[in-house]
Ligand binder design. Sequence first.
Ligand SMILES: [Fe+2]
Length: 496
Amino acid sequence: MPRSSDTEPRSGATAASTDMARVFAPLMREHDYAVDQIDGDLPPGLTGTLYRIGPGKWEVGRTLMHHLFDGDGMVSQFAFDGRSVRFRNRYVRTPQFRHGLVSGGPVRPGVGTPLPGGFWANFVKGKGPANPANTGIALHADRLLALWEGGPPHRLDPDTLETLGTYDFGGRLRGALKAFSAHPKWDPVTGEMFNFGQDFSPLPALNCWKVDRRGRLRRLARVRMANMPWNHDVALTTEHMVFVLDPYMFDLRTMFGGGASVFDAIRHRPEKGTRFVLVPRDGGPARVVEHEALVHVHVANAFEDGSDTVVDLVLFDDFEAIRRDLSDFRTRFTDLPSSRLTRYRITPAGRVIETPLSDRPGEFPQYDWRRSTRRHRYTYMTGRTGPSGEYDTVLKVDNDTGHTQAHEAGPHTYVGEPIFVPRAPDSAEDDGWLLAVVYLAAEHRSRLTILDARDLAPVADLHLPHHIPFGFHGTFTTRVADPGAPIPHPDRLPIR
Ligand SMILES: [Fe+2]
């Protein structure tokens, strides 16, 4: 069995500490065990595998990376076979991870952690930020991919989580960075996956990728970007890829002048406004609708409603506070600025109609992926009990009525992104479970909480003997991972 002492923080904090920053303590051990402390009853119908990803440690050798985004990617796997749950975690064997095992510090900068030495050290010798493979995880066409928005995916074995190498879709993933962002979206009817990648050569642009159900990638479109704004997410309807491009502008003098990281060179320029960019899925010309400046990171679902296009996102009050909090995450991250789930309706005439969907602050919006690209009624988020403070709650927003239900995980907890799992392939939109990793600061360990998505009633808590460091995103598949099975070539793994 794993030893929880492997994960004790080095600060000397006591076991009863409620220091939320310990969610950023490293998990230095790779585990593989059956979860044996379960409160409640495991639903026998809940079978499949939950994969989650996030930074598992911020140490590269003896050097501590400064920024939340710069930690080494670690994948957690919960395999449900209907009777038991098996947990496994593995770091993605990126060059940064491997280098950190044998050296004192990084050879490439992070997006928020510059190397000493200015432009030459970071962008010539260092060749720009390292790919920590820590942001998103996708399973498509039999391939499990660990995603980071500034570079190519790392392909993993879905059973063992062994790193198989970077993956460029048979050479079809192009661009200066070969970027394939952390937020692909799926059409559940066609089985196609859509994503984008930022590109800076010869001019700043977003490459729009379409991957067919057999995994063949092609470039759908290329969207020109003004002054290299940063974009993290994309939405999908039956007709369009929907980008919401906020005026996050790279200050090139700051970025290349030396001393600042890429992320700290981003400035929010409200006078530039936000652009809604609708890229037709058939490859036609994009439509751009100007709007007043917004601040967001994540979108939720999108859909066509008659001749209107509708997209939901989590609207924040203040970008500068987000930027500061990410750069100083160990002391500030649990106090992000307030936010609210908001709907934007784009009319054929170019009007943008804004409608708040909930007044509860939250982040990491999720929904029933069977409703992806189609009108959905419910959005799930991690939330908090007050306008500021810790993300300690799972929220369910009824987009039709505005009614918001909440499940509070308790004091001094951090609740990760809730993933919806339908009870059956044809069950109603909210008839299923929500799976969320919850960090308990007082115990310095984590649990996987299973809620009934209909009323957020607790179903079961799976207590782990260690913590899972702060994580970003996850995905669920009905295929039950079998880490103990012989390893055939992953191309032959039967993934549904
Ligand atoms: Fe994200």
